[in-house]
Design a protein around this ligand. Structure first.
Ligand code: ADP
Length: 208
């Protein structure tokens, strides 16, 4: 390879490098609301595993019927089901500039699967950005959302507490997983939607 080829290869790699951000935080921390605003500002694709499951449930697909049993109890859907669904969604969108993953990865095996999947495509997770909100605030936000969202998992305090428990026992370690490569950052998730969006935008502006 001569010098020109080498420079061209580096340039192409830079050009094709996608931004893959994990928007992290407990249930009810505002990930979905903020993701909608962030994808617009940064031209990324929002992938919410919760939304994907709800779509499958709405269409009564075999995957949806399987996921429903777990979701309605506040449990996690098994990793192999979730990982397969996520990969399909990424593969179906080769042209986008990058992704905001919302609600994924939620376990260490999911994080490892995402890392190796992206590596196999010459990519990686660019950053993990966590919204920080305390438990009592989460419970009241979710119960309030349950009044209008029609989501079964938002209507029962026991199910909500269970989701918070799953978050602290299985999901919060995903933050530490990405801290090892200095990719994890925290943003205060209390305040108005615009205040939080502006805090997140400052972090997103620094992601390369
Ligand atoms: P929230 O973050 O508000 O709890 P989501 O819409 O992200 O809601 O997810 C709802 C439910 O969907 C979860 O409680 C879980 O049962 C299931 N789910 C979503 N993402 C995953 C995932 N990555 N792994 C396993 N289960 C998931």
């Amino acid at each position: 390879m001569d010098l020109l080829d080498w420079i061209r290869a580096i340039f192409m790699k830079e050009k094709m490098k996608r931004t893959n951000v994990i928007l992290f935080g407990p249930p009810g921390s505002g990930k979905g609301t903020q993701a909608q605003k962030l994808v617009e500002k940064y031209s990324l694709l929002h992938i919410s595993t919760g939304d994907l499951f709800r779509y499958e449930i709405g269409n009564e697909t075999p995957l949806g019927l399987k996921a429903k049993e777990y979701m309605n109890k506040g449990h996690l859907v098994p990793d192999e089901v979730t990982i397969g669904m996520l990969k399909n969604k990424v593969e179906a969108n080769p042209e986008v500039k990058g992704f905001i993953f919302d609600g994924f990865p939620r376990t260490i095996p999911q994080a490892q699967a995402l890392d190796s999947f992206l590596h196999s495509k010459g990519e990686e997770v660019s950053a993990l950005v966590a919204l920080e909100v305390e438990d009592n605030e989460i419970v009241s936000r979710l119960l309030k959302r349950g009044e209008t969202s029609g989501r079964v998992d938002d209507q029962n305090e026991e199910v909500i507490r269970n989701r918070i428990k799953v978050y602290s026992e299985e999901t919060s370690v995903v933050y530490d997983h990405y801290s090892k490569s200095n990719k994890s950052q925290t943003v205060n998730g209390l305040g108005t939607i615009e205040e939080i969006f502006s805090r997140l935008s400052k972090v997103f502006d620094q992601i390369d």
